[in-house]
Design a protein around this ligand. Sequence first.
Ligand SMILES: NC(=O)c1ccc[n+]([C@@H]2O[C@H](COP(=O)([O-])OP(=O)(O)OC[C@H]3O[C@@H](n4cnc5c(N)ncnc54)[C@H](OP(=O)(O)O)[C@@H]3O)[C@@H](O)[C@H]2O)c1
Length: 289
Amino acid sequence: MKAVVFGAGGMLGAGLCDEWEGRVGLIPLDHGQCDVCDRTRVREVLGSEKPDIAVLLAGATNVDRCETDPLYAFRANSLGPSVVSQVSRSLGVPVLFVSTIAVFDGDKTSPYTEFDDPSPRSVYGRSKLQGENAVRSFSPDHWIVRTGWLFGGGEKDSKFVPSLLRKAREGGVIRVVRDCVGSPTYTRDLAAAVLKLVDTSPFGLYHVVGGGPAASRFELAREVLEAAGYDPEDAVPCQSSEYPLPAPRPRMEAAESLALRLLDVDLGMPLWRDSLKSYVRTCLHSLLR
Ligand SMILES: NC(=O)c1ccc[n+]([C@@H]2O[C@H](COP(=O)([O-])OP(=O)(O)OC[C@H]3O[C@@H](n4cnc5c(N)ncnc54)[C@H](OP(=O)(O)O)[C@@H]3O)[C@@H](O)[C@H]2O)c1
């Protein structure tokens, strides 16, 4: 299989390319190499490479910036998928689009399934839902994969896990919200799972998240600290109302893979707690205690 990967320079892009290396003919493209809103460039790449699949990971992922700068959000998260899916359709290339559980309002008290109705509250969630809708309407040959709280990436990244460990190294108490619940998911596990998904499952919408029970941000922080050799008691729970942010955060961002269960497909997602431990210990050396 040959795959063109749009947004390969991001956290998931790096994990996916590492995981797929040697198993898939990869054409990884970062933002500088291809802007997904540039129809001419997208057509040039897909037309010349003639891949078996277009993997769309590019996105505007700073949710607070999305809230205050909607053009940033809608350009990458809605227009980009629209361009990629239209060009892909015209060339007969199936699309794999990675979306988010933030398309839901977060009011449910149990994990969201593919059969719940999306009703996003943030600009980020709305822009990703419009991206999904564009892929659905322009390219019938698609897999839309909604995933949970991703972890992965390097020691210098500004993502949740390395940022938390940098704070732990500085010392003192780390306040983490307890009233937001999600499904932590390792980028490499997701990458392995979606490769299996495209091999085994019909086109459609799927939730794919780390194995094991959902966790609050606070519980996730305790796991991270423990895995890195810090005292988990360094994390102190707080309420999200104590930390007003530009973008509303759904209280419930956990997901269940009900569509896959109904199809009797097991993607073999490892338990996120096991993946988190080995990720922290093998990829974040300089941040360990
Ligand atoms: N992180 C999560 O917890 C999470 C959860 C659910 C779903 N997702 C989805 O998963 C995908 C990957 O997320 P991630 O965590 O890897 O985010 P990331 O690290 O921010 O990567 C996104 C990449 O997309 C690039 N990009 C932005 N606009 C682009 C454009 N117009 N054309 C081409 N590339 C563009 C960014 O480049 P620049 O940095 O140069 O802008 C960045 O390299 C996103 O679509 C996101 O919505 C993420």
